[in-house]
Design a protein around this ligand. Sequence first.
Ligand code: NAD
Length: 265
Amino acid sequence: MSGTVFRTRSFAPSVSIVTGGGSGIGRAIATELARRGSHVVVADLDGARAKQVADDLGERGSAAEVDVVDAEAVQALVAQTAERHGRLDIMANNAGVAIGGLLEELDERHWAKALDVNLRGVINGVSAAYPVMSAQRSGHILNTASLAGLIPAPAMLPYTTTKHAVVGLSTALRAEAASRGVRVSVLCPAFVDTPLLDEVYAAPASFGGGSSVRSRVRLMQPRFLTAELVAARAVDGLASNKAVIPVGWLAHTLWRLNRYAPPVA
Ligand code: NAD
């Protein structure tokens, strides 16, 4: 179905939480949800950024400074939101970091950071939101993975590993959650023009960064996606209850190839 079909679908009245909502894709998802009528709690490690985004949303926004790695803090965020608004309809587990590197160059700290933010952070959000939505017998969990959750991103081993895990978690949970009236989707965008890519470029070449990466990435995808386009597709995907929401021609093609490839003996 075309993405534009749902462009006007309203999410009013509803209550959403968007983690990593202070920047890039999270900020754009928060803005799109608010534009379609949802009240959005913008949650971010950077409280000032979260507040700035929430202020921009006016009465449809509120802010929370939360580290998604801290399970208790995420539980408290969800509990306070549900208590204050009487419900939680959309939990967008979007916060993430770009940790790259070749295996021989990575140490425990790199793995811990990627696993903590990109995977544990999503598990914390899912675990906190699921009981509330399950009790309501409604709600939608949207996890942000990446194109790197569908195919390997070269020299980005921890990032690829954690994003594949987020796709696995989301698609596996979908069937279980459906029996409780809860929907689960996973967002897999190709390269998006956000500060996260600057982090990748700024990293040493051995950690998946550097100027050669910039030209390799440009070769794969000459025009970067905008966060706003990704957010519109994500919210359309929520409306149409898509399991996997690939964004960008590369992500779409790879997802299709993967999906329809004959089983390997
Ligand atoms: P970004 O750097 O613009 O925004 C990430 C936000 O997450 C920041 O505001 C940051 O403060 C917040 N954050 C980081 N660690 C956190 C933590 N522990 N707790 C709470 N908040 C935390 O990046 P982005 O490009 O908007 O990335 C958002 C998501 O999209 C990530 O999961 C990323 O992996 C994914 N993604 C990005 C791209 C891309 O090309 N930019 C492509 C595919 C997927």
